[in-house]
Design a protein around this ligand. Structure first.
Ligand SMILES: [Zn+2]
Length: 174
């Protein structure tokens, strides 16, 4: 049975299961972005500075949206449409651990920070994505105050691109 066939009640967005093995959904902006589709979000429908930093079997990493992050902020996202660790397979969890083990030091080396903050809330898209935020000596506060500051820290395209290249180099050497 195809769940995309038949009439949808008006006002209910269509939900389609994408191709195996990623189970992508047409109503998820992270799935759409990975499939090269427009999302309607000004944050997402732009070229990723420097391209993907990590392209592994189960995960992708890319620079975070420039309007919401300082240069060197990375988003690590599952290729499969899963919400959190509880829905991941043992293979996905193992690969996540191995990537985090290399990516955090790569961001520290590229940006020169002492701490990389981690944040995963999945509020705007119910699809696992982890923010890796270099804690710099700019902006305000520490901890949650640093992450929540308004207006948020931002980056230029060229700074983000240069940082993506640097982080990828560090990651691949590790
Ligand atoms: Zn998704």
């Amino acid at each position: 049975m195809s769940i995309s066939s038949g009439a949808q009640p008006s006002g209910v967005p269509p939900v389609e299961i994408g191709p195996a093995p990623y189970c992508h959904r047409s109503d998820c902006n992270i799935c759409r972005k990975q499939d090269g589709l427009k999302t309607g979000s000004a944050l997402l429908d732009v070229p990723v500075p420097g391209g993907y930093i990590v392209e592994s079997e189960h995960f992708l990493a890319e620079h975070a949206p420039l309007q919401e992050s300082s240069a060197g902020t990375v988003i690590l996202e599952a290729r499969r449409h899963v919400l959190d660790f509880g829905e991941m397979t043992p293979a996905e969890l193992a690969e996540f651990g191995s990537i985090a083990h290399r990516l955090v030091p790569a961001i520290k080396a590229a940006t020169g920070v002492q701490r990389v903050y981690l944040l995963a809330v999945m509020e705007r898209a119910p699809h696992f994505h982890l923010w890796l935020v270099p804690k710099k000596d700019e902006g305000e506060g520490r901890g949650a105050d640093y992450l929540a500051q308004r207006p948020p820290l931002t980056s230029s395209y060229s700074d983000a691109e240069a940082m993506s290249v640097k982080i990828r180099e560090q990651f691949e050497q590790s």
